[in-house]
Design a binder for this molecule. Structure first.
Ligand SMILES: [Zn+2]
Length: 387
């Protein structure tokens, strides 16, 4: 006997029970006999493993009233959980079509139907159901959350922003950091379509709602570079220092480009020393070492690198030190170092560069929405070997 039969047996029992009860309340005998005939037909379908036919009969037999709504809802949920979404939809649609439900029952059935549609990937239909549900006091927050998920999935950022604001005022949960990310998503699209003015406006909206939005600053810097506004780019990239210093490794290279364009390498070096003094970190060290080497101060570069490696052990730092040591082979053979260099290079190639502080997901590129736990703003650059 199929597994479905065990699911439907309790429903069959309910129908049997209702038929019996109707007898007690003196239903006309003809009606009772019709019910019984259908009931046995349903049972027969069930035993012949034709569950869909059985479901139709049982649904028809159980009059939807306040006593049996629960049974329908339970059966529908059960089907959805088992991945039999079409059956769940049939049951919940049958419920919502009834006119004798209380408002609460109707909303509950709608909620389940909305979840069915989402599960089936029918997002437009799910959306219209959850929109209806936003007028229910009881399910309003769930409805907004569902709508938000749908808009995010569909990349409908304007609707997502609007819904997040409604969710915030309904639930009093702060949504400003997420809303800023939605604006940033719009910025990326606008940038792709060459609509730079609109993109810059959206960046301002992101920063207005979350002045610590690092992504908005990085985007503003990139857009400013697109239009050769180096001063604006520098201001935007430097803002990251105040917003969240963990993201400083992201701004070092673009800032180097900016200062190079202006011919102000000395100012850049001073800024790197400032970052190093204040936050430590590997990225500024590497650039300063490189600059010392370019000026021919090999010994100074080695001393500086070794000192920084003691403070901030990092794979890329070690790699750089080996580069320096390869230039001076008094004590260790060249082959030795080549081997070591090869190893560190391999290690760096396979190493994740970013990590989610929420779920621990590690990856090679900077996602603002964690692909693993779907949280915003939780992924940060990794630097230390021990990270
Ligand atoms: Zn995560």
């Amino acid at each position: 006997m199929g597994e479905l039969v065990w699911l439907l047996l309790p429903i069959a029992a309910t129908v049997g029970w209702l038929t019996a009860r109707h007898n007690v309340f003196g239903q006309p005998s003809s009606s009772t006999s019709t019910l019984s005939a259908d009931y046995f037909k349903g049972l027969k379908y069930l035993l012949n493993e034709e569950p869909d036919k059985a479901i139709d009969i049982f649904i028809r037999l159980i009059d939807v009233d306040s006593d049996t709504v629960e049974t329908h809802l339970a059966l529908g949920t059960l089907f959805r959980r088992r991945g039999e979404v079409n059956r769940a939809i049939r049951i919940h649609q049958n419920l919502t079509a009834r006119t004798n439900l209380s408002i609460q029952q109707r909303y509950l059935a709608l909620l389940e139907l909305g979840l069915d549609f989402r599960r089936a990937g029918l997002l437009d239909r799910a959306e219209s159901i959850f929109q209806q549900l936003t007028s229910s006091h009881e399910h309003r927050i769930t409805a907004y959350q569902q709508l938000l998920d749908i808009y995010q999935q569909e990349h409908e950022w304007e609707s997502a922003i609007e819904t997040a604001l409604q969710l915030e005022s309904a639930s009093h949960v702060k949504m400003h950091r997420v809303i800023a990310q939605y604006y940033c998503e719009q910025v990326e699209l606008l940038r792709q379509h060459g609509q730079r003015d609109k993109a810059l406006q959206a960046i301002q909206l992101a920063l207005k709602i979350d002045n610590r939005c690092v992504r908005a600053s990085l985007l503003e810097g990139q857009l400013a570079l697109d239009i050769d506004d180096t001063a604006l780019a520098i201001a935007a990239f430097k803002r990251v220092e105040q917003q969240d210093s963990d993201y400083l490794p992201e701004i070092i290279e673009p800032l180097q480009t900016c200062y190079r364009q202006l011919g102000q390498q000395q100012d850049f070096k001073e800024y790197l020393y400032h970052l190093l003094e204040r936050y430590g970190g590997v990225a500024p060290t590497l650039l300063l070492v490189k600059s010392l080497r370019e000026q021919g101060h090999e010994q100074q570069a080695v001393d500086f690198m070794v000192k920084q490696l003691h403070k901030y052990p990092s794979l890329s730092g070690l790699d750089q030190l080996l580069d320096l040591a390869l230039l001076d082979t008094h004590h260790i053979t060249h082959e030795h170092f080549l081997l070591l260099k090869d190893m560190t290079g391999q290690l760096m190639k396979n190493r994740p560069l970013y990590k989610c502080n929420y779920c621990g997901f590690k990856g090679k590129s900077l996602h603002w929405l964690c692909p693993s736990c779907r949280q915003w703003n939780t992924i940060k650059p990794l630097e230390r070997i021990t990270d």
